[in-house]
Design a protein around this ligand. Structure first.
Ligand code: G3P
Ligand code: MG
Length: 245
């Protein structure tokens, strides 16, 4: 179980130049030379995994209400581009399946952040892991990593697809980070850059675990993080970073 971390990963498929969590973002990430993307996956009411960050539709789409209460049939009619800029009118909410196909054809590695709606943690971890495991059996060349803030979702992914790599996402580095990673058989910790202390980064690096920070939108902040032992960063600002760092 392993995953190669490039130094810079496109966060939410790159959320500054293109609408977040969309196929437009994937396309631009690849055209700019990024090697890996991160995106958020939630379930529709009828159990279809799709890319969206918020539990509600208002911020990023022309819809309203809760993702978990709408069928894929309803969600598939929404526009996920127009709120970013009218130039992206017609951009869809992608399914996980469409996204994996796009990553494969574009040669992008993918960090699939399992983002369950509240109360759907185990179901989301199970459904996403099952679908991704089936996908990797057909397309073993696609490089995929699960992550989640939800330990219940990660435990479900571990049970469903133990051979696929996992990372735990936290805001603050917890004191018991090592035992949490061990319990969920995670290969890395993803944490907020905002709260990270240099001694925490040093401790994690010394233990041999990749430490990956979100969301880093200034190259000087990335340089400071790399200097204290951070392995990689997630950024929205594909225009400000050298993708081959
Ligand atoms: O997976 C890293 C990062 O995306 C976690 O925060 O809220 O942007 O999904 P968020
Ligand atoms: Mg995310």
């Amino acid at each position: 179980m392993n995953w190669h971390y490039p130094r810079v990963i496109a966060h939410r498929c790159g959320g500054a130049l293109t609408p977040e969590n969309t196929l437009a973002g994937l396309g631009l990430s690849a055209r700019l030379g990024f090697r890996a993307v991160e995106f958020d996956v939630m379930l529709s009411a009828d159990g279809i995994p799709l890319l969206i960050h918020d539990e509600t539709l208002e911020r990023t789409t022309n819809g309203a209400g809760s993702v978990a209460e709408l069928s894929w049939g309803a969600l598939s009619k929404l526009d996920a581009g127009i709120k970013h800029h009218r130039a992206f009118t017609g951009e869809i909410l992608p399914t996980l399946q469409q996204t994996l196909d796009a990553c494969r054809s574009l040669g992008l590695a993918a960090n699939i952040e399992i983002k369950p709606a509240s109360g759907h943690e185990v179901e989301t971890g199970t459904v996403v892991a099952r679908q991704v495991l089936a996908y990797t059996r057909d397309w073993p060349e696609v490089s995929l990593l699960f992550s989640s803030f939800s330990e219940a979702a990660l435990a479900a992914a571990l049970q469903e697809a133990p051979e696929l790599p996992r990372a735990l996402v936290t805001r603050v580095v917890p004191l018991d980070w090592r035992s949490r990673l061990q319990r969920l058989e995670c290969l890395a910790l993803h944490c907020s850059a905002r709260y990270l202390q240099p001694d925490q980064a040093a401790e994690i690096a010394a233990a041999g675990y990749p430490l990956v920070c979100y969301t880093v939108n200034l190259p000087e902040d990335a340089a400071r993080l790399f200097a204290i032992g951070v392995s990689a960063i997630f950024t929205d600002r594909l225009d400000l970073f050298d993708p081959r760092l």
